[in-house]
Design a protein around this ligand. Structure first.
Ligand code: SAM
Length: 256
């Protein structure tokens, strides 16, 4: 409880830099390299959870909501995945072990320091080329979007799964950017974490407004990571064929 309170007091730092501000993310990478078996994704995940429970809490999806993420990826059987918000690479580790051997995950992270932490952990776990972190944001004047289109095989209808887990105020604008790119196809899944804490009311209202026409959303009730007293919510939204038939933000023709 005290550890979590001290982290909450550092929320301003988190929003500004993507890190808690006491060096715990770099310390996590050192800890994983010291305690997890090399080349073993399961063990890296186990050790990150252990660190979060015993050393310093982390803002990754955690073990409880992580099961929701695992199940959603399994159901979607994605070939191309996008994550918004890499942090230390924990959710990407989880996705990498349930996505198929030919699937590829691109994870976007605005903090260069976090991207470096994730890369160290992934290299130790032996993730290889299947998972990539790009330092940037979907809102950086097209730089990251251009890289995804030109270097990572993104294009109309190519994106099967999106995990939205970065910063609440960017959830809806970034979903609109994804729609503008027409990356989704009917049946693509968008999973969004932290829908109660801190919550993303505009994103939720948008999904509600388009429920049954552009999106079909399931709610997964769980708890905020690494504790059992504060509730949280994960939304799993399927992009519907009629939504795909209406172009960017639901206003134009679909790509052929
Ligand atoms: C909640 S953490 C992500 C946790 C990670 N998905 C996991 O479960 O292991 C949020 C991350 O998003 C990053 N971030 C904040 N704003 C962002 C943006 N606009 N685009 C990409 N990443 C962003 C932060 O630096 C932070 O590392």
């Amino acid at each position: 409880m005290a550890k979590r309170l001290s982290m909450l007091m550092r929320m301003g730092n988190l929003t500004r830099t993507g890190q808690v501000g006491d060096g715990r993310e770099e310390a996590l990478a050192d800890y994983v390299l010291a305690h997890a078996a090399p080349g073993d994704v399961d063990d890296a995940i186990r050790v990150i959870d252990e660190y979060a429970y015993r050393q310093a809490t982390l803002i990754n999806i955690g073990d409880e909501k992580g099961l929701v993420l695992d199940a959603a990826v399994r159901r979607a059987e994605p070939r191309l995945l996008l994550e918004l918000g890499t942090y230390c690479g924990y959710s990407a580790l989880r996705m990498s072990r349930v996505m198929g051997p030919k699937a590829r995950l691109c994870s976007i992270e605005f903090s260069a320091a976090n991207a470096a932490v994730a890369r160290r952990i992934w290299d130790h776990a032996g993730l290889g080329e299947r998972v990539t972190v790009l330092h940037g944001t979907l809102g950086d004047d097209g730089r990251t979007i251009d890289r995804l289109n030109s270097e990572y095989g993104f294009g109309p209808g190519r994106l099967d799964f999106v995990f939205v887990d970065h910063i609440a105020r960017a959830y809806l604008p970034d979903l609109r950017r994804i729609l503008d790119q027409r990356w989704l196809r009917p049946g693509s899944i968008v999973l969004a974490d932290n829908m109660k804490v801190p919550g993303a009311p505009h994103y939720r209202a948008y999904l509600r407004e388009h429920e049954g026409t552009q999106w079909r959303t399931r709610e997964h009730h769980a708890h905020v990571e690494y504790q059992s007293w504060v509730k949280d919510l994960v939304l799993e939204s399927e992009y519907l064929p009629s939504g795909a038939a209406t172009g960017p933000g639901g206003t134009g023709p679909a790509p052929a």
